[in-house]
Design a protein around this ligand. Structure first.
Ligand SMILES: [Ca+2]
Ligand SMILES: [Ca+2]
Length: 270
């Protein structure tokens, strides 16, 4: 089922108009994604595990992280980060629906998109974290309002849904009776790695609103999703695009094995 879900996410490239400059940039990005030399970037994490590795990664990804403000971040999201193939068509995180042409945040509103904070603003995505592109995604405005600030999870009893088959997103209760939001199959690992990044980036330097109330409930599901929906080439390109504008990377896209080495399930999540 997961293989077919992944296959369905491969969409034909729609060339609205010849965009030679962007296409050659995309081609360079593909080459970079194939063999990025990140050994120096991750050198301080080498040989570490558990909480020690988590803190080493925190220090690496905090260093050089530039806050460009929320408006600029959303323009970067819609024009570059969520459009790594450069065709001006952008995907809804929750169902995979493609919309465009979109070249910035103003176009995105006109196409019914807004910006999903996978770590909700009400749970601590404020300040520099509000505009941290590693956890921001284009999303349909109505689906995003259904998600609200509920935790992500696997719905056992559905109350609302949109999309079909592997592209369905739904809201409902999980096996523990908690209301959760479940996205399309292809987004599950991406969301998981973004939230695990967010915890690693911000938990040691918490601000007033920061809370792990969602994250604690989500964690077992996030680790499951990260394993079931492995890192894709699009995610690698996205990671490069985010680094280009905000100066830091998602370690769990570059090195999924860090998740096993940290042993999140054995950490005390405060
Ligand atoms: Ca695109
Ligand atoms: Ca994926």
């Amino acid at each position: 089922m997961l293989i077919s879900a992944a296959a369905q996410t491969i969409k034909p490239v729609v060339h609205v108009q010849p965009l030679l400059a962007k296409e050659s940039a995309a081609a360079r990005n593909v080459a970079a994604a194939a063999s990025p030399d990140l050994s120096e970037y991750y050198a301080p994490a080498q040989g570490k595990q558990g909480a020690e590795l988590l803190f080493a990664l925190h220090t690496i990804i905090r260093t050089g992280h530039v806050d460009r403000g929320y408006s600029q971040a959303r323009d970067e999201l819609f024009s570059e980060v969520a459009d790594t193939d450069g065709d001006n068509m952008v995907e809804d995180l929750f169902t995979g629906e493609l919309r465009g042409p979109i070249t910035g945040r103003k176009d995105s509103f006109a196409k019914g998109f807004n910006t999903e904070h996978t770590w909700p603003q009400s749970k601590g995505a404020t300040g520099i974290a509000q505009s941290d592109l590693h956890h921001l995604h284009p999303s349909d405005i109505q689906t995003n309002s259904k998600r609200g600030s509920f935790p992500y999870g696997e719905v056992a009893q559905s109350e609302w849904s949109v999309g079909e088959g592997a592209h369905q997103a739904q809201l409902g209760v999980d096996l523990l009776g908690k209301t959760v939001f479940e996205p399309q199959e292809a987004a599950k690992g991406d969301i998981a790695r973004g939230l695990l990044y967010f915890y690693t980036r911000y938990s040691p330097s918490q601000t007033g609103k920061f809370t792990t109330v969602n994250f604690k409930h989500e964690l077992p599901t996030l680790l499951k999703w990260a394993a079931e929906d492995p890192v894709s080439d699009v995610e690698r390109l996205r990671n490069n695009a985010v680094q280009a504008v905000q100066g830091n990377r998602n370690p769990f896209v570059d090195h999924p094995e860090f998740l096993d080495a940290i042993k999140f399930e054995q950490l005390e999540i405060k």
